[in-house]
Design a protein around this ligand. Structure first.
Ligand code: ACO
Length: 347
């Protein structure tokens, strides 16, 4: 057994290091969005739509669009530096990087590896997780279990998307919904205690993959002049079918987390759902009889940034002073796969 040395105002103490399971505590968060704002009025110039339709049906007013020459790793880098600063750490302190994304810089190497290089981190493990809009939840759960097992101490978890690069700007059914952004969290190993991630829940239904997908660009349909002509390198979605699954699956994640952490639903201080549609969020709250005033919503500013929505929202909520020590904060999401899940955190 190794010995932990701790220095405080009363001197140096030594104690045996616990063997776990360790707590996974969120030690810092950060987010970054591109400067360029695209409003509903801007979209009116591109497709047959209106500010009224978008606002009424989705709650979205504007979204951010990444500048030419920038990629997912650039947004991720900015978010990661903010999270590291918040945690009081440097890239040298990290020992794992996990990036949730479906719009990474390229198919390979992973965006986590690109980010590792840009951060100047050591030769630590780095990997991407592909779980659509649930990407950050999947990545955070993975970090939690590596930490609980005692494998790693400081994990950088990122949710980042540059959806504008796979958006069909002639399809009004999807282009009004999407935006770009990144969020990051530092998950730190701590001795077992009341704080940290209390529960996680992950699920998927691969039979529903074609409801939300990008057909070409992989090994099934490699890029050809024909695949480009047929517009197969853009996100395709069956919006109505997804809507129903979204409500059901996020409500399921909420109930599973409450049960497995043995807490009461009314004790949840802040619910941060995936920001895909204001009506979906409101339907989830209604289904759960959960007060809407305890649900964090920022969809009007950024639209749907896929795997980045929940971590951008968590960072904003913290910076607005909405998260206090001892609070129960829950993130739930659903997305391409189809995937869904959630994480319950005691702050
Ligand atoms: N502007 C104006 N009219 C539109 C637009 C638009 N942007 N888009 C669709 N319409 C029209 C339709 O053509 C249809 O017209 P019709 O009645 O003449 O046929 C009418 O509006 C109603 O269309 P619906 O699809 O029934 O509209 P609905 O109220 O269901 O809203 C939406 C559509 C917003 C897509 C909704 O179904 C939704 O949010 N679904 C879930 C989307 C989602 O969460 N996707 C997952 C995330 S995407 C990702 O992973 C990155």
């Amino acid at each position: 057994m190794s010995i932990v040395r701790e220095t405080n105002e009363t001197g140096v103490t030594e104690r045996p290091e616990p063997t776990g399971p360790w707590s996974a505590v969120i030690a810092g968060t950060g987010h970054a969005v591109p400067d360029k704002v695209m409003t509903n009025a801007d979209l009116e110039k591109l497709v047959d739509t209106s500010d009224e339709w978008i606002t009424e049906r989705t709650g979205m007013k504007e979204r951010r669009i990444t500048a030419d020459g920038e990629a997912a790793s650039d947004l991720a880098l900015r978010a990661a530096h903010r999270a590291l600063d918040d945690a009081g750490l440097t890239p040298a302190d990290l020992d794992l990087i996990i990036v949730g994304t479906v719009t990474g810089d390229m198919l390979f190497p992973s965006t986590a590896c690109v980010l590792q290089a840009k951060l100047g981190a050591r030769n630590i493990a780095a990997m991407d997780v592909s779980a659509g809009c649930s990407g950050f939840i999947y990545a955070l759960s993975t970090a939690r279990h590596f930490i609980a097992a005692g494998t790693y101490r400081n994990v950088l978890v990122v949710g980042v998307e540059v959806l504008s690069r796979i958006t069909d700007w002639t399809d009004r059914g999807t282009c009004v919904l999407l935006g770009d952004g990144a969020g990051a969290a530092i998950v730190r190993r701590a001795p077992p205690g009341p704080q940290g991630i209390l529960a996680d829940f992950l699920a998927a239904d691969g039979t529903r993959g074609p409801d939300l997908y990008m057909p070409a660009g992989g090994s099934a349909i490699p890029a050809t002049a024909q695949s480009v002509q047929q517009r197969l390198h853009y996100l395709k979605m069956n919006g109505n079918a997804i809507f129903k699954v979204a409500v059901r699956s996020m409500a399921e994640a909420f109930n599973r987390l409450v049960r497995s952490a043995r807490v009461k639903a009314e004790d949840i201080n802040l619910l941060i759902p995936h920001q895909a549609n204001l009506r979906i969020i409101q339907a989830v709250a209604r289904t759960l009889h959960f007060p809407e005033k305890k649900v964090f919503i920022n969809i009007e500013k950024y639209a749907n940034t896929s795997s980045a929505t929940t971590i951008i929202a968590l960072d904003e909520a913290r910076r607005k002073g909405l998260v206090h020590v001892g609070d129960l904060v829950m993130l739930v999401a659903f997305g391409a796969g189809l995937t869904w899940g959630g994480v319950l955190i005691r702050w």
